[in-house]
Design a protein around this ligand. Structure first.
Ligand SMILES: [Zn+2]
Length: 439
């Protein structure tokens, strides 16, 4: 592409060269901006890159975009200066884009390959398109020649987070909340949203799952103690790629996919969750149906279906929990009151008579990994609008309302693979355990 521009200059066709010009309005110059990007993969999934706080700076005939570490992210040739702002050669200056996955599905050490910073050189750009350029934002889409990826969308907007109250993360050993990546000597802030928040769900969301989704949202509103999360149907899939939205997606025809996700990107300085994306594939429904049918071959399809939907309520609520800032808590099931003596009776009563007592506590949190029976019981409690589990309520109120409880209850998390007895987990801190078998 660089060659082509050169060719045009030789032919003295400024009008065509200017076709790639981008007007950076004076409102966006010399003030902090949030630079965020989102990748759309060929399989439809959306992933966020780490966000940066940047500023434009003019020097001679160049306009640079520098991040808060003093690193120059981009440098553009200035084509013209007008009253409205500065026109730059956007495409030529975009020699590469860096993409470093934001918090992704689970907690990972900073050195993990999934968090590696990828620099995509302009030779893999198929097409650069400026979608929006005005005094409030710049949005560009870069179509990619990279296997598995369709495009990366870049957004630059004024940083309005001075209105956001950052929360120090001071209880790391007691409660699981994501936080800003600790820069050297910098304070570490808890990840949290600006509430109230609106979550949008895809218009292709199956009809039977809409009440499931509503119950999952209701769970967190109960834990928060008010209607802080609003749920609306959206008519554009493109909303998922927009920074500032919270989007819930359901993927039909992904029966083999066993991974649901709750990903988000953060304001790097204060921990504000800028956007989130939740996704559940049809594999959960397929797998859940198979599991319950094999375990309970004489139970009717209708009852099995109820159990599968309850399982999905839990799944969606768990992912929404991540998008609110919560990490996993693998010690939560340690507080279960299910034992080897009552487990089968409780589950039978639930499955056959659709009853779950309020006193049944499968776990103190939905942010644990336990067996599917536990997930399903927790989903059933959500459907029946029972109280939020103890840890979840305390943790979410600590994050959002600064209420510090006497104790958060059992807690442990992980910084890589979920802990099992084989990879360093303990009886207390264990993923995929069946707590009733321990009692
Ligand atoms: Zn999770």
């Amino acid at each position: 592409m660089k060659k082509l521009v050169l060719f045009m200059i030789v032919l003295n066709l400024p009008a065509i060269v200017f076709a790639n010009g981008l007007m950076v309005s004076k409102e966006l110059l010399n003030r902090p901006l949030v630079l965020s990007s989102v990748a759309k993969k060929s399989n439809g999934l959306v992933n966020y890159s780490k966000a940066y706080i940047v500023k434009f700076g003019q020097r001679d005939d160049r306009l640079s975009l520098t991040n808060s570490n003093g690193e120059v992210n981009y440098e553009f040739e200035i084509l013209a200066r007008t009253d409205a702002g500065v026109e730059i050669n956007f495409e030529e200056g975009l020699k590469s884009i860096s993409f470093q996955s934001s918090i992704f599905k689970t907690e990972l050490p900073l050195t993990h390959s999934q968090l590696k910073r990828h620099v995509l050189p302009s030779k893999v750009f198929k097409k650069v398109k400026i979608d929006t350029q005005n005094n409030k934002q710049i949005i560009a889409t870069i179509a990619l020649n990279v296997p598995g990826y369709d495009f990366i969308r870049i957004e630059l907007v004024p940083d309005t987070s001075q209105f956001f109250k950052a929360k120090m993360h001071s209880y790391e050993d007691k409660v699981g909340v994501y936080s800003t990546f600790p820069l050297q000597n910098a304070k570490q802030f808890a990840a949290r949203q600006s509430l109230p928040a609106t979550y949008e769900y895809d218009q292709k969301f199956p009809e039977e799952l809409i009440s499931v989704l509503k119950d999952a949202v209701k769970y967190w509103n109960k834990a928060l103690g008010g209607k802080f999360i609003k749920l609306v149907k959206t008519n554009s899939k493109k909303r998922a790629q927009k920074i500032g939205t919270h989007y819930i997606d359901y993927y039909a025809n992904r029966d083999e996919d066993g991974g649901a996700r709750g990903v988000f990107n953060l304001h790097p300085h204060n921990g504000k969750i800028l956007s989130s994306y939740i996704y559940v594939p049809s594999g959960f429904k397929v797998w859940g149906t198979k599991y319950f049918k094999e375990k309970f071959p004489t139970v009717s399809d209708k009852k099995i279906k109820r159990a599968v939907l309850d399982y999905l309520t839990h799944t969606l609520a768990h992912e929404i929990g991540h998008s609110l800032g919560l990490r996993h808590n693998f010690a939560a099931s340690h507080e279960s009151n299910l034992t080897v003596h009552n487990f089968d009776k409780v589950f039978d009563r639930y499955l056959k008579k659709a009853k779950v007592s309020k006193r049944i506590k499968p776990s103190s949190s939905i942010m644990d990994y336990i067996s599917i029976d536990y997930f399903t019981l927790m989903g059933a409690k959500m459907r029946k609008h029972q109280k939020a589990l103890s840890y979840d309520k305390k943790a979410i109120r600590w994050i959002y309302f600064d209420r510090t409880p006497k104790t958060f209850g059992s807690y442990c998390t992980h910084f890589d693979e979920p802990p099992t007895l084989e990879n360093g987990g303990t009886d207390f801190c264990q993923a995929w355990d069946e707590p009733h078998l321990k009692k």
